[in-house]
Design a protein around this ligand. Sequence first.
Ligand code: SF4
Length: 383
Amino acid sequence: MSGLYIHIPFCVRKCLYCDFYSLETMKGPISGRLKAEPEDQNQFLDSLESEFGSAPPEFRPDTVFMGGGTPTELSLSDLRKLMSMIHRMADLSGVTEWTCESNPGTITREKAELLRESGVNRISLGVQSFNQRNLDFLGRIHSPGDVESGFRMLRETGFENINLDIIYGIPGSTASEVEDDIEKIVELGPEHVSCYCLMFEQGTPLTRMLNEGHIRRMADDDELEQYRMIRKLLNKSGYTHYEISNFSVPGMECRHNHLYWGDGEYLGFGPSAHSHWQGIRRGNVRSLKKYINALQSGDSILEFSERLDPEAKARETLVMWLRRLDGVPRNKFAEHTGYDYRDLCSDQIDYFKENGVLEDRDGRLVLTEEGLFVSDAIFSELL
Ligand code: SF4
């Protein structure tokens, strides 16, 4: 299995919590975030086409993921150009899942039809909340009504595989608002739901507001209560919780993300895109200007490139496999990495088991319900 990732670095307006690399296209007051120049989208597509030329001839992806940023922020004609570039860059005959991320407020019927006709068969829609106050807090550009009308339009256009993203742990939000979000999601009936706890990433306006004392984080116990409620309500409604943040109806797990969680190979294109190919991890520069200039002058677009030593690679595999709720089969892990995970970190594993966040289950190492919620802390110890 291998995947193709394409990073589209434009958003109408940067959400206050987001640290993905993208430029704001919205005209208007200086927001403190990076603004796109009028010629950026054209130059980006020309540069992307040139980067596509570096794909190895044997590359035949099984999955495609267009993320960002907001791919559907591109104009209809730019989106058309992008789709034909992708079709020219590799043999796509083996692609079984082709996802495009989108935001309510940027996807029109014309764009949805173009995506569908071009082979996209899965849309991931950033909902985040059905509560206008929470959307305003996050700096989202859309209203709850935009989500519902956008979702219905996508269904009418023929999309039978839709993911909805939501965020919990928003300061000031209540358990009943989260319950309401999940009820609305279940009413819409997407095939897949991703639920993320709000993160305060370095350098974002939300983190600045936190550091300056304008807002306060939600208490850990309240975040945990919201996470538990989401799990309970989605499970009750027929969604399987299969990865820390991801739920799906049976058979509709995201195949592309399995490449990330399962140590698979993928090639990423566009500024800030990452790749894992033939044992090497690499990342492109997080700057559209540097990306364009480097491609024009024949310089490297890489910010880093590394080959992990076998032990570091095995630890990374352990952490990625642990993300799945069915955990890490001890025998399969040893076959895949050449290491028994107990030889890699037995002290940490024992410590986490004693604290009830990891457990052995049928020959597998798995996160407990408590462990799912504190997984980042566990992973940083295991690495
Ligand atoms: S729309 Fe998505 S990628 Fe763009 S700023 Fe908001 S969260 Fe980030």
